[in-house]
Design a binder for this molecule. Structure first.
Ligand SMILES: NC(=O)c1ccc[n+]([C@@H]2O[C@H](COP(=O)([O-])OP(=O)(O)OC[C@H]3O[C@@H](n4cnc5c(N)ncnc54)[C@H](OP(=O)(O)O)[C@@H]3O)[C@@H](O)[C@H]2O)c1
Length: 318
């Protein structure tokens, strides 16, 4: 299904003018990156570098690898995403999430290339009672969030064309993530305890990849969006407990085995086994994105339904 089919035909006529742009994708093995590898082919000629070819822990050699390819667009889906481990590997998290992206964005700025980057709701402290917009003051409460905020600033400071999509609670049929863990545990467990006081909106990796590809198409189709941060997350809200219940209730109809005796219990407060604190409110207001790109993100429940269907089709080893 094409982007146009999926999102209501709004993006016809956005094919790049002239030769397709050379797009370099970094982080192609990740949840978002693996979808980007497909989605970006509608926007240009895609080259993807693996970690071994552009290791963000080695900023200078990553820069050399990127500049050798001389892309017109750099899409950076690479990141240190291990939130708890970042507490004890702060320097490494900052190298991967801030220093190297800043260096690459600086190269892109010098070459007039577009830099597309992803960030997180974890840049906020979670104390606000309503969804965060782009004008709210970031105040990260863990090392991962601090490293991602530093990365946003480094990309912006580079001064070139850039789009930073801040998102939340990313999931995909590929990789390790909350819904896959819940489905695996729900098969055999009789009880699951899941946090009910952190709220947010799950966001599918496939949707994020489609939106990034659409933004690149717009850029080269003569309608570039202003550089800056855009909040981009599933519509609606839930807690981790609400999310787990939704999955467990829908899973049998999609063909998953769920223990019939399973009870999902709500918990409150931080999990003492996790070194990193989590914000209570992860809700992002995607209004600026919707106004700029004329597209409202789908409800998180619809994305979760699609996830269940895709995962059921692919099987457990997907
Ligand atoms: N996951 C979430 O819930 C979430 C929420 C909000 C925002 N985000 C943001 O969304 C973006 C995409 O996240 P994701 O969920 O797709 O992450 P992911 O699945 O963890 O993928 C991370 C990618 O980064 C690569 N990477 C890690 N360390 C690297 C290094 N030293 N050098 C080069 N590449 C390296 C990984 O390669 P390997 O396969 O080799 O490890 C992988 O391709 C990130 O910017 C993340 O901060 C994620």
């Amino acid at each position: 299904m094409s982007l146009t089919d999926k999102h209501g035909g709004k993006y016809e006529g956005l094919r790049p003018r002239g030769a397709p742009p050379r797009i370099l994708l970094l982080g192609a093995s990740g949840q978002v990156g693996s979808y980007l590898a497909d989605a970006l082919t509608t926007a240009g000629e895609v080259r993807a570098l693996r970690r071994a070819e552009a290791d963000f822990l080695k900023p200078r050699s990553a820069l050399a690898a990127v500049s050798d390819l001389d892309p017109q667009v750099v899409v950076n889906a690479a990141a240190w995403t291990k939130v708890d481990l970042a507490e004890s590997y702060v320097e490494e998290a900052f190298l991967v999430n801030s220093e190297t992206p800043g260096l690459l964005a600086g190269w892109a700025a010098g070459r007039g290339a577009l830099f597309v980057h992803f960030s997180t709701d974890y840049v906020f402290d979670g104390e606000k009672k309503t969804p965060y917009d782009e004008d709210d003051r970031p105040a990260p409460i863990n090392a991962y969030g601090a490293s991602k905020l530093s990365g946003e600033k480094a990309v912006a400071r580079a001064g070139g064309d850039h789009l930073i999509f801040r998102t939340s609670w990313v999931f995909s049929p590929r990789g390790e993530n909350f819904p896959r863990t819940i489905l695996r545990l729900a098969e055999t467990r009789e009880e699951l305890s899941v946090n009910d006081d952190q709220v947010g909106a799950p966001t599918s990796a496939g949707f994020l990849a489609d939106m990034a590809s659409m933004a690149v198409q717009r850029h080269f189709g003569g309608r570039p969006a202003p550089s800056g941060v855009y909040h981009l997350a599933g519509s609606g809200r839930t807690s981790w407990f609400g999310y787990a219940n939704y999955l467990v209730e829908r899973a049998p109809a999609a063909g998953f085995q769920i223990n019939p005796r399973l009870v999902v219990r709500p918990t409150r407060g931080p999990d003492p086994s996790r070194p990193a604190r989590r914000p209570l409110n992860s809700l992002l207001d995607s209004g600026k994105f919707a106004r700029t790109f004329d597209l409202t993100p789908p409800r998180w429940e619809d994305m979760a339904d699609e996830f269940l269907t895709l995962l059921a089709d692919r099987g457990p080893e997907a």
